[in-house]
Write a protein that binds this ligand. Structure first.
Ligand code: ATP
Length: 320
């Protein structure tokens, strides 16, 4: 059996006394794109940073390519961690304004001390193949378009020869046509270089287009995960349904299932008792306020944490 590209088990991330990520598990298979979706503040970036080694786990286990980081010696941990590169949300914050495009692309190789004529030729050819021709090498970040800056950030991530790219809202702030080009590019690079992606976004149109599977996060926990097709066509958790129905271009309304999300994401400083979603849930009952539902695998293969998943629509029809 092929090892998972990445797995995170029972991850807890605390900031002081606040628990931002609470017992979260994820599996990323080789060559796939897994979406991580949820409202702002639910903990997506904390997960991304932990996977990229920029944020320590308070507890839990991260394994890359089937090797647990926890038990490995520091040098091995560093090597494994290099297989994961983070594609930042806003390239302006990750591209030094004082470096030219050429210097920015060479920088990751120099940091890793793997810079050579061959490695540069590889990176320059990659850049050229994604539309960053030689004429751009002397330019500075402020002289680039939004799409070009994202491509430079992508080349920098790939220069480190990762097997996993964690893309945190990679298309935020781009207009639709540039967004489409970047998504196509990400997909073709994934297939060409045998990468796996963890794709973080709250834009369900984008997630529906590029991911194979999706995990839906609510206040630090996964509430539903499964294939993108499954979740988009027959969402089982009321929160997944609410997210889909609040997105006017995703076609769930024709089924008459529109759920309007009430209120705001509760504070992770004081998470609700029972199911964390119960205060905003249209089908909540007494048990939901007192007992936290476990993430259970249904007969159709998806996992859902809800006491009444069948109340939300179509799962019975699919599985019953
Ligand atoms: N360094 C930090 N110190 C303290 N609290 C933090 C820190 N980073 C994040 N948080 C808090 O942890 C929670 C989860 O934040 P996180 O950025 O991971 O969520 P997110 O889903 O990525 O949100 P967004 O989409 O807005 O980036 C939030 O309540 C946030 O305020």
């Amino acid at each position: 059996m092929t090892a998972l590209a990445l797995s995170l088990k029972n991850a807890i991330i605390r900031y002081g006394r606040m628990t931002a990520v609470d017992g979260l598990s994820l599996e990323l298979r080789p060559g796939e794109t897994l979406g991580l979706v949820g409202e702002s503040g639910c903990g997506k970036t904390s997960v991304a940073r932990a996977i990229a080694g920029l944020q320590p786990l308070s507890s839990g286990e991260l394994a890359i390519g089937g090797e647990a980081l926890g038990g490995s010696p520091a040098a091995r941990r560093r090597d494994l961690q290099r297989k994961v590169q983070l594609l930042f949300q806003d390239p302006a914050s990750s591209l030094s304004p004082r470096l030219t495009v050429g210097a920015l692309m060479a920088e990751p190789l120099k940091i890793r001390r793997t810079y050579s004529a061959e490695s540069w030729a590889r990176i320059a050819a990659l850049a050229e193949s994604i539309g960053l021709g030689k004429q751009l090498l002397p330019r500075y970040p402020h002289q680039l378009s939004g799409g070009q800056a994202r491509r430079v950030a992508l080349v920098r991530a790939i220069a480190a020869e990762p097997s996993i790219i964690v893309a945190d809202e990679p298309t935020a702030g781009l207009d639709i046509s540039v967004q489409g080009e970047l998504l196509n590019l990400l997909r073709s690079l994934r297939d060409r270089l045998q990468l796996s992606y963890l794709f973080i976004s709250h834009n369900l149109n984008v997630v529906g287009r590029v991911t194979d599977r999706v995990a839906i996060m609510y206040l630090g926990q996964i509430v539903e995960s499964g294939s993108t097709r499954q979740l988009f066509s027959t969402p089982a958790h009321p929160y997944t349904r609410a997210l889909l129905s609040s997105n006017l271009t995703v076609d769930t309304q024709r089924r008459g299932d529109r759920i309007v999300l009430k209120g705001e994401l509760p504070s992770p400083h004081e998470p609700p008792t029972g199911c964390r979603f119960h205060g905003r849930c249209p089908v909540a009952r007494a048990v939901c306020a007192t007992t936290q539902p476990r993430l259970e695998t249904l007969s159709d293969g998806r996992a859902v944490a809800c006491h009444f998943p069948s109340e939300t629509g179509f799962v019975q029809a699919m599985t019953g």
